[in-house]
Design a protein around this ligand. Structure first.
Ligand code: NI
Length: 137
């Protein structure tokens, strides 16, 4: 951590109480740490636009018996080749696979891949974790 800067924050009492309760529930040790987390998340979210280089994970749960879903999944990953740095497939249950893609590339392309994966018919669940390569923490 670099040099620390202190600043005062004014906040409505009720909102402050809710923030303190949130910190306790999440085990975040101090208001400063909680606010730092919020600032980092806001800056990462702001980076996820246009051609900014971003990184993240896409987690999907689907039924591998649905052959048309598998074909579409494969087509899309090839359409967006170069974005998927690594992938992992776990056979969760008889009819459920968990597949996680680690993705890296321009924000708009990563978002485009996610949107198209999400649109695949029969996808049971899909989620994206947006993070940053860390050049601007
Ligand atoms: Ni499987």
């Amino acid at each position: 951590m670099g040099e620390l800067r202190r600043f005062g924050v004014s906040i409505e009492a009720e909102l402050g109480d809710r923030f303190d309760a949130h910190l306790r529930a999440k085990g975040i040790p101090s208001r400063s740490e909680g606010i730092r987390d919020l600032v980092r998340n806001a800056l990462v979210a702001a980076e996820w636009t246009g051609t900014q280089e971003v990184a993240g994970t896409i987690s999907m749960v689907y039924d591998h018996h649905r052959r048309e879903l598998l074909a579409k999944l494969m087509d899309l990953q090839h359409d967006y080749h170069g974005l998927t740095v690594a992938s992992q497939h776990v056979h969760l249950q008889h009819d459920a696979c968990l597949e996680v893609l680690i993705v890296k590339g321009p924000a708009s392309r990563v978002q485009g891949l996610f949107d198209r994966l999400r649109a695949i018919k029969g996808m049971k669940h899909i989620a994206i974790t947006r993070t940053t390569p860390g050049h601007r923490p």
